[in-house]
Design a protein around this ligand. Sequence first.
Ligand code: ADQ
Length: 496
Amino acid sequence: TDRSREPNCPGSLIVVSNRQPYRHEYDESDDERSVSVDEPTGGLTAGLDPVCQRTNGTWIAWGDGDADFDVADDRHCVSVPPSSGAYTLRRLDLSEDAVDSYYRGFSNRVLWPLCHGFTDLLEERPNDFEWYRSVNDQFATAVADHADDDSVVWIQDYHFALAPRTIRDSIPSSAAVAQFWHIPWPTPETFRDCPAAVGILEGLLGNDLLGFHVDRYAKNFLECVERALPSATVDRDRHTVRYDGEATTVVATPMGVDAKRYDRNARSADPSRLSSVFSTNGVSSETVLGLGVDRLDYTKGIPERLAALERFFERNPRWRGSFTFVQKATPSRTEIPAYQRYGEFVRDEVERINRRFATEDWRPIVYTDSYLETETLAALYRRAEVMIVSPLVDGMNLVAQEYVASSSDADGTLLLSDRTGAHERLGSHAFTIDPTDVDGFARRIDDALSTPRHERRRRMSALRNRVFDRDIGWWMATQFDWIRRVHDDRQHEGHS
Ligand code: ADQ
């Protein structure tokens, strides 16, 4: 692979995502209404922003609480980044009802649990699917406003399963439509529980290209199509589906992180950034540190991790007082009851375990739910001797890769659940765990802590090679190679 390759878009790029890359905040107390801008921080945004800048593209997203709708033009467009105005950001103004049903409803009470196999948490509320359809239509209409003969539309994630077909039908036939699905795709047995299953599949087959993280999800998708759409032709060798006169290529491209950036931030990080977190928690420079960083989501296996830590401290009293586990948990989707219950359970468990083992100057678990700047997060990653990533299901998991990239001294240890997409790439050099096997998991924590330095370095160097080799730049370039192929096919069809 050529790491220096710049991802290039073959046509003018239109990105569709739920969240926007830049948020604008106006200071209402100031007559001039001075504006401040939140810079993009996520891996995807960081990767796509430069591509959008090069192609002078358009990015369409939900305008989530943006304060300047009234001063923007009638399409709510602004030029971003603010300094250079290289591309257009169009924010869609969604009503509170729309957001509640499309985002907190069908996306996160149906598709999210379904795709992760948590069918017992599936919650179908009246109107959620209708709103999901209507928001998908709203995005499709916005795409059609900006699309031309040469456009490449690139849709992100499960918030838009229906839009691709509507977009396909309303933009020039020479323009290409692609989508990346960031979460798993379930087996046909699980997918059977999907309300509107046929509509979802038909919607996604409006894409010329559909990307997943790993082969297993792509295979599951093809199997679901075979079972639910008898008139579709699935070619497993060529990874294509023909349906309703159109072809969709289905590929697996595992997403990476901006490894160089994490490495740089970890190397330059000022350790005193962490002292505010630690000083009040009895963590000293001698404390051996374990770390977990997750959104508070029932897929992330946080209770299983806490159970394993409890077992570990039970079995290994010598580590009491000298090993501390820091759990960073970012509250997420807090309006949804399943998430509220999960959050409460996690906090109760932390308290209980702390009560059980804490001494006057030491606590086994330090729990915080604040958001961290990338620099601070990188410093924390670098400081941690043991990183625990234990989801019950996870499409990829970027945290595991961010930890590896930030392990600049190459002697940290990664405990990684075999139920993550990341495990397919990192499994052979990480300490593999089955999150539901409490005893085995607890032994793995002990193994990681007892591994001699040279062995830790050997494993971590191998992990670093993989993470740097397949970073966010590689992922973007690979996606755009595929996009170029389907775009070329479309352009040629038009001329033949
Ligand atoms: P997520 O489920 O959100 O992503 P993950 O891939 O780990 O899971 O990404 C989380 C991101 O949030 C990471 O970049 C992490 O640094 C950041 N983060 C988490 N807690 C934080 C905190 N307290 N402070 C600051 N940053 C924090 C979904 C899928 C994954 C898939 C990604 C990308 O569920 O499987 O890997 O999309 O496709």
